[in-house]
Design a protein around this ligand. Structure first.
Ligand SMILES: Cc1cc2nc3c(=O)[nH]c(=O)nc-3n(C[C@H](O)[C@H](O)[C@H](O)COP(=O)(O)OP(=O)(O)OC[C@H]3O[C@@H](n4cnc5c(N)ncnc54)[C@H](O)[C@@H]3O)c2cc1C
Length: 421
């Protein structure tokens, strides 16, 4: 295999082959015959989570059929389906997902496997919308599991690719809704931190962008749901001391907003507003690394203050940071397991060695708050460090042992972070 890399280009897969089966039966045969194999999504993770010492399976050639069950308020898709494709199709049929990540380019199975999230005090991460999975397990057999009938289902959704190849995913849907997106600039930190709960509950989804330096938050992106038939009034004149942007903004100062979703309060479908970036464009900066730590909601202000105190060390390597909020859930390996949280996200320059050197300092600062790292981004940890953060880690280990007794789906990432090398 010629060198195959992840989206960011910072990781080369060591797997010798990437299979692209056209049918689920072929997936079953490949898995049954392999000693080491794993699923590869759209490659948007920044670490070795997707890799395998043997082969990888991409589902990009599987039947892209999207099957809506209006009566059950659900949609079933191939695990390799990208959220952007699904969102456009659902919108066309009059339905919506509850939320999207910053980018629509990621695969459904890859995103839920790492508990990928958007923002919103009352929004669970994307994995919380999963009501059923079809998984090709280590023997090559198909296991169908559901929220309503499978006892360990809550352990299977955020599966880190450790339980098998997820070939079909069923997600909760709701009637379509419109959203307006407004950006405010230069919010004084003092006002944001004094009123943190009011700030994050001001819209359906709120994101704050900062470089951690100075006295102001650079931008606040507010995505507000518009009720049926409501004619949106003009936006608010100010937001906790911030002023409305007068033109569309990119999250990075000085970068064209062409790649970003519609702003300036223009109402439109959820599918074109809930992500920050548009499907047809490169998301984010395109040349970057990312890390993110999920901190329990009650420590939000202290944790933000901690990051600001490290700004001299962080800022030279940083492109931009984003603060989001997520509702609690009951998914065993979700960073929001039984706790609402804030995500402290860092988009780094592509200086991996320097970033990796800095991560222990950041993690030390956030350790008193029991911060949980995003599984798909750069972090510094090992099983011993993560174990106390995940009450159900032992149950997940047992589940993986049961479904994958010969450790076909194990890789270095899992050895380091879940099972102990
Ligand atoms: C520009 C950019 C913006 C991002 N924005 C956000 C954001 O807003 N919020 C957020 O939370 N994260 C964000 N991320 C991180 C990203 O969402 C996660 O890393 C996500 O897991 C990537 O999904 P993927 O399809 O690329 O999966 P991959 O990175 O290819 O794989 C991730 C994991 O999923 C497993 N997997 C993939 N497919 C399957 C399958 N069919 N069956 C079983 N396991 C499978 C893999 O084995 C691996 O363990 C961003 C990343 C980038 C590059």
């Amino acid at each position: 295999m010629s060198e195959e890399r992840n989206w960011a280009g910072n990781y080369s897969y060591r797997a010798q082959t990437i299979h692209r089966p056209g049918t689920v039966e072929q997936v079953q045969e490949l898995v049954a015959g392999a000693a080491k194999i794993r699923a590869l999504g759209s490659r948007h993770s920044f670490n070795d989570i997707a890799d395998s010492a043997g082969a990888l399976i991409s589902l990009e050639n599987l039947n892209p059929a999207i099957s809506v069950d209006a009566a059950a308020s659900s949609v079933t898709v191939n695990g390799g389906m990208k959220y952007g494709t699904l969102a456009a199709e659902l919108q066309g049929q009059g339905f919506a997902l509850h939320n999207l990540a910053s980018l629509p380019h990621i695969s459904v199975a890859g995103a839920i496997a790492t508990a990928t999230h958007g923002s919103g005090d009352r929004n669970g991460n994307l994995a919380t919308a999963v009501s059923a999975l079809e998984i090709v397990t280590a023997s090559g057999e198909i296991l169908t599991v559901s929220r309503s009938s499978t006892p360990d289902f809550a352990g299977m959704v955020v599966g880190l690719g450790a339980l098998g190849i997820v070939t079909r995913v069923t997600l909760d849907i709701e009637p379509t809704f419109d959203v307006r997106q407004d950006v405010f600039e230069n919010l004084p930190w003092s006002q944001v931190l004094e009123n943190f709960d009011d700030v994050t509950s001001s819209a359906y989804s709120v994101s704050l962008f900062t470089d951690w330096r100075g006295d102001t938050v650079g931008q606040a992106w507010l995505k507000s749901r518009i009720a049926d038939g409501e004619v949106p009034l003009r936006g608010r004149p100010e937001f906790f001391g911030g002023t409305p942007a007068t033109e569309a903004r990119h999250i990075l100062p000085g970068v064209s907003a062409d790649s970003c979703t519609q702003q300036l309060g223009v109402p439109g479908p959820w599918s074109d507003r809930l992500a920050h970036f548009r499907m047809a464009f490169t998301p984010s900066s395109g040349e970057e690394l990312q890390s993110e730590y999920i901190v329990p909601r009650q420590h939000a202000v202290e944790a933000i203050e901690g990051m600001r105190a490290l700004s001299d060390q962080i800022s030279p390597l940083l492109q931009v940071a984003e603060i989001r909020t997520m509702a609690a859930d009951d998914l065993w390996l979700s960073p929001n397991y039984q706790q609402a949280g804030i995500g402290l996200h860092l988009t780094w320059k592509q200086e991996q060695k320097a970033v990796e050197k800095l991560l222990p300092l950041i993690q030390g600062k956030l350790a008193p708050f029991a911060a949980r790292p995003h599984w798909g981004k750069l972090f510094h940890a090992e099983a011993a460090a993560l174990e106390p953060l995940y009450a159900r880690l032992g149950d997940f280990q047992s589940l993986a042992e049961r479904l994958d007794p010969k450790h076909k789906f194990r890789n270095d990432f899992l050895a380091r972070n879940i099972f102990g090398a």
